[in-house]
Design a protein around this ligand. Structure first.
Ligand code: PLP
Length: 395
């Protein structure tokens, strides 16, 4: 079986983690800080805080942007639930936007059209690892939205938060994912390009008009119960005493997992290169089959090559699903990214109706995600394409 997306773990990864396990300090210590420093180099930023997930990073980003009850946050309908569920967590209203025809992405004009005088933030998504250019969006949002206080007031527009769960290492021109939006959340979940098993990070562009030292302190404090001292600080001498300044979260990243991330970062540039080669292999072998691979390249665009998203020449969902089964029988594990949010029970209950998102639905109906990971050989890519071509002939 050709699996969909297993993690790539080396002996080096394992010994780096074991070293931390043996060190006597396994959480909120120096290894986590080293991982954060290395992440800032990839993101082109000056501060990053490693957390337990991208979801936690997105939720803290919304809180840092001052989003709460009575506010609205705009988000694409074509994404994973975590991009939107966090809006609900902080008590704000989810405002979804459809994709552009034939694509899984909303354009900047469509996003801007959904902004009202209650919009305090916008969440964009770097789907498949393709970085979303939020800079033209920032220009369109100038002077709009609810910008009476906090970060929005300093920016003079709603805060743009990037769900970059897929795009560590991507860039537009000279600007890396992490420096395009105001705040950026990365994921290091097991299926991601770089993994810490579970994990994420929050970072922000280095010219964000705020006290960045205070922001990093705030994010750290909010990720550790709102407690004024972490366990390492409390263990120094007799300084046990602490305060809790808010009934906050517990979503920090332990040093054991940060060690895995550090070890994976050591070979991340080569991993990205290999992903690009695999995507080029798919493009070559799918030529002439009628399958359209979502392009990862464009002028100045460097994708992280996270997902091989394809649009099949089929008419409906049932046909696409039949092809997934046929591929499985041929030893290939494929997937779908994503079922648009209005099709999911949670969002239907919130009043969303897929009929209002026809472009997202049309893209979903034909979408198939092919295996893409570092255990894949060039011959595997050829085999996947062959199996897909014969499934399409039979469909
Ligand atoms: C687009 C997108 N956003 C957010 C997340 C959430 O990431 P995490 O599992 O690290 O919270 C995912 C996870 O798959 C994702 O695909």
């Amino acid at each position: 079986m050709i699996p969909f997306s297993p993690p790539t773990l080396t002996e080096e990864d394992i010994s780096t983690v074991v070293e931390v396990l043996r060190s006597g300090w396994i959480t909120s210590g120096p290894v986590g800080r080293r991982f954060e420093e290395r992440l800032t180099q990839w993101a082109g930023t000056t501060e990053a805080v490693a957390l337990s997930s991208a979801t936690a990073a997105l939720e803290l980003a919304l809180r840092a942007a001052g989003v709460g009850p009575g506010d609205e946050v705009v988000v694409p309908a074509y994404t994973y639930t975590a991009s939107a569920s966090v809006i609900d967590h902080v008590g704000a209203k989810i405002v979804m936007v459809d994709s552009e025809p034939g694509t899984p992405f909303p354009g900047v004009e469509r996003i801007a059209a959904a902004v009202t005088d209650r919009t305090r933030a916008v969440i964009t998504v770097d789907l498949a690892g393709i970085p979303f250019d939020s800079r033209p969006l920032a220009d369109l949002l100038d002077g709009r939205g609810r910008i009476d206080s906090g970060l929005g007031a300093s920016l003079g527009r709603p805060v743009i938060i990037s769900d970059s769960a897929h795009s560590l290492g991507a860039s537009l021109g000279q600007t890396p994912a992490g420096s395009l939006a105001d705040l950026t959340a990365f994921s290091f979940h097991a299926v991601k390009n770089l993994t810490t098993a579970e994990g994420g990070a929050l970072t922000w562009r280095s010219d964000l008009p705020t006290d960045r030292e205070a922001l990093v302190h705030w994010v750290r404090t909010y990720s550790l119960h709102g407690q004024t001292k972490d366990a390492l600080a409390k263990s120094q001498g007799s300084s046990w005493e602490y305060d809790v300044i808010a009934p906050a979260y517990k979503c920090n990243m332990p040093d054991t997992l940060a060690a895995l991330g550090l070890s994976q970062l050591d070979r991340y540039a080569q991993s990205l290169e290999r992903r690009r080669e695999l995507l080029a292999g798919y493009a070559e072998h799918l030529a002439g089959t009628g399958v359209k691979l979502l392009p990862h390249d464009g002028e100045g665009v460097v994708s992280s090559g996270h997902l091989a998203i394809a649009a099949l020449p089929v008419a409906e969902v049932s046909e696409r699903n039949w092809i997934i089964q046929d591929l499985y029988a041929a030893g290939v594990s494929a997937n779908v990214h994503y079922k648009p949010l209005p099709l999911l029970t949670a969002y239907r209950k919130l009043g969303f109706d897929i009929a209002d998102f026809p472009n997202a639905y049309d893209f979903y109906a034909k979408e198939l995600t092919l295996p893409l990971h570092l255990a894949l050989s060039d011959a595997d890519v050829k085999q996947v394409c062959g199996a897909l071509a014969s499934a399409l002939r039979r469909a």
